[in-house]
Design a protein around this ligand. Structure first.
Ligand code: ATP
Ligand code: MG
Length: 261
């Protein structure tokens, strides 16, 4: 089974970045997720595919703590985080971006990244007026470069193009010291040029940062991941390398039958 292939690939590498065992989530009578087993190595880049309602965002919500799973357990770098609060997971280096944009449109790019950095740093609850630290500012510069927004640092977020706003969301996830990022459809609504930019940005991220990317665009998903998990009706349907997934006729049927172009 493909899951065993994934597990054996990771043998001997120490603690996984993420380990999901039997993770399920009910919403009343609706089973949004069930029996999810996943192993993701540190630094690994994984794509999660699946048609609308397959459970992809719910999977992210259980990993980030936005919703707790109703069954199963989740480990992050060896530690059980199943019921930890969201901010505790963030403190441990877990980050996410949202399917629906969550940016403050009146801030500049630089201020947004700086605030994200403040938000994940130790003294975030300090009531004192924060001193603008050099290291935070240096990080804002290098992150805006990493997401191809060098020329936009002093622009307000509301004036950015849709593609640039999505790049900024990636920037916010990079603030602080992320070890693992969950990207929820970062390519949604992007032009072909912006998609190429996104692929470049993701492929150039520091190698120690692993991620899961939910993506409807197969071309993007297969070019930014080393391994692919395919979901259907709240379950893991199959897993494989991008080549295996691309050539799997069942995947084609479910995926292309899901109404995505
Ligand atoms: N907060 C919630 N309350 C009730 N049902 C929910 C909730 N969140 C998700 N669901 C349901 O769980 C199922 C999985 O939804 P989810 O958003 O995880 O799908 P998805 O794979 O991310 O889909 P999409 O590709 O449309 O983003 C759906 O049937 C959805 O209606
Ligand atoms: Mg979703």
């Amino acid at each position: 089974m493909a899951t065993n292939v994934a597990a054996s690939r990771l043998q001997g590498t120490g603690a996984n970045a993420l380990e999901l065992d039997g993770v399920g989530r009910q919403f009343g009578a609706l089973t949004a997720l069930s029996g999810i087993n996943m192993r993701i190595a540190p630094g690994e880049r994984r794509a999660v595919l699946g048609s609308n309602g397959a459970g992809k965002t719910t999977l992210f919500n259980t990993i980030t703590g936005d919703f707790h799973p109703t069954s199963g357990s989740i480990r992050f770098f060896g530690e059980d985080i199943t019921t930890l609060a969201v901010h505790e997971r963030i403190r441990r280096g877990l980050r996410r971006t949202y399917q629906i944009s969550q940016l403050f449109t009146n801030l500049t790019v630089r201020e947004s990244i700086y605030l994200a950095y403040r938000g994940v740093s130790r003294n975030r609850f300090s009531l004192l007026r924060p001193r603008v630290s050099d290291s935070a500012m240096a990080q804002a510069e290098s992150i805006s470069h990493a997401v191809h927004l060098d020329g936009e640092r002093d622009k307000t977020v509301g004036t950015l193009s849709h593609g640039q706003q999505r790049q900024l969301e990636i920037a916010l996830a990079l603030a602080g010291a992320p070890r693992f990022i969950l990207f929820d459809e970062p390519a949604a609504g992007l032009s072909p040029t912006e998609r190429r930019d996104l692929i470049e940005i993701l492929n150039a991220l520091p190698k120690h940062i692993g991620y899961i990317i939910i993506e409807h665009d197969l071309d993007v998903a297969l070019r930014v991941s080393e391994y692919v998990s395919m979901m259907h009706n709240g379950q893991l349907f199959t897993e494989g390398t991008p080549e295996e997934i691309e050539n799997d006729p069942r995947v084609q049927e479910i995926y292309l039958g899901g109404g995505h172009g």
